[in-house]
Each structure stands twice: as C-alpha cells, then as structure tokens.
Design a protein around this ligand. Sequence first.
Ligand code: ZN
Length: 250
Amino acid sequence: MRALILSDIHANLEALEAVLAAAPAHDVVWNLGDVVGYGASPNEVIDRVRALGSMFVRGNHDRVCSGLPGIDDFNPIAGRAARWTQCVLSAEHIAWLRQLATGPMMPDGLHVACTHGSPLDEDAYILSMRDAWQPLAKVQTRINFFGHTHLQGGFATNGEEWFKLVPDYATHHEAEEYEIQLRDGVRYLLNPGSVGQPRDGDWRPAFALYDDARRTVGFYRVPYDVRLAQMRIVRAGLPDRLATRLRDGR
Ligand code: ZN
C-alpha cells in the first residue's frame, strides 16, 4: 500500500498540479488539512482534491475559511485572506469544508495516524523537539503524520534517544527525493511539508509518499510555476506578502 501524503495546499493550484504530475504511483491520497487559505484558487483546488478521493483531516484554515470559529487567533494577513476566501468559495465548497473531520484519523488496517497540528491539539504547532516530546510520549500509534508548520521532516524516538529528521537535498531548483527507512521500535512524527506555501527556506512544493510494504517514507520537492501562483494572488487583491513569500519559501 502506497499513500501519497499532501498537506497545506493553501489554494495554490499551480503547486498542486506540479505535485500531482510528479507524484510516484500510489494507491490512496491522505490530506492533512489546510486545503484553502492564503492562495488565490480555493474553488479550483477543492474540486481537484475531492476528485482524488482523499482521506481528509480538517485544518485550521479549512475551519476558519468556512466560517467556523478561530479567525480571532489569525494574524492580520491570514485574517484578510480567510475573509477573501470565505467570499469567493461556493456554497457547496463551504459545506464540504465544514463537514471535514478533526484528526487524528487512522487509515484502515494500518498503524498510522494523520493529524493537522499536534495529535494532542489540532491547532498546536510542532516546530521543535521540545514541541514533539509530549505527543511522541503520549501517542499509541507508531507512525504519525502531521502538517500545519509547513516544515518538511519530523521527529522520532526509540524511548531513549530522540532524533530530528530533516531531508537533505542537493539543489534548490530541481525535482528531488529523500527517502528514510522506518525502523522497528521507533515512534515517528513526520511532516510531508507544505504543497502550497513552504516555510523551510525552500520554495519548491513539498509532499511525501508512505510505502507500507517497503517501510519507507519518501520526501519530495518539485519545482513549479511560482510566478503564475504569485500573479493570481496579486490580481485577486490578496496581501502582497502572500505572493512574495512563495518565492522565498518563508
Ligand atoms: Zn497551513
């Protein structure tokens, strides 16, 4: 069983199309939330991901952009983008976002859990080992995928030692893969990175592939038409910062 894992697409259609074109063969798609918010193509992106038949976990932007609580916790730019998204979303897409389930979600028959933020709190960011320590100590599942931080990589422990996992890429402009072998007795928190708004200093859309039989997780980066995504943001009247940050990967 091979699962394509997508997170934090954030209404960036150009990035999503590049990821789907480059994705290796897979049986299912797991989506870790924040399908919308920030980017200029929320309706198009929802149509595209729904057609993939993904398993979906709700993200905080999915919640807020569909009018559910949380906008007061957003910074001014995120709040402006959420209000814009709410105005342009079709009624059907708003209804779809509202029915998305809060994580953790467990794909059938696998010892895997999927969440948006922390397994302990959908709004909590796991940015450091300090943030990862409590969820890794408390979760029952060995392999845990999460998003929300827009940072590709993760954290792991065998109960004694603690590891930070950061994919090591050779370039900043080509399509690349970085694979890790999952080890027995180790518990993992793994982030596929953000498709539509990476923040790890690498502008390339990020995603991951979980291979149950080979016991591997592949991390990927692919180039895309970032200028087109930026142009759509500017033309939509969304804050300029949402366009410039795409090229910086911040
Ligand atoms: Zn996000």
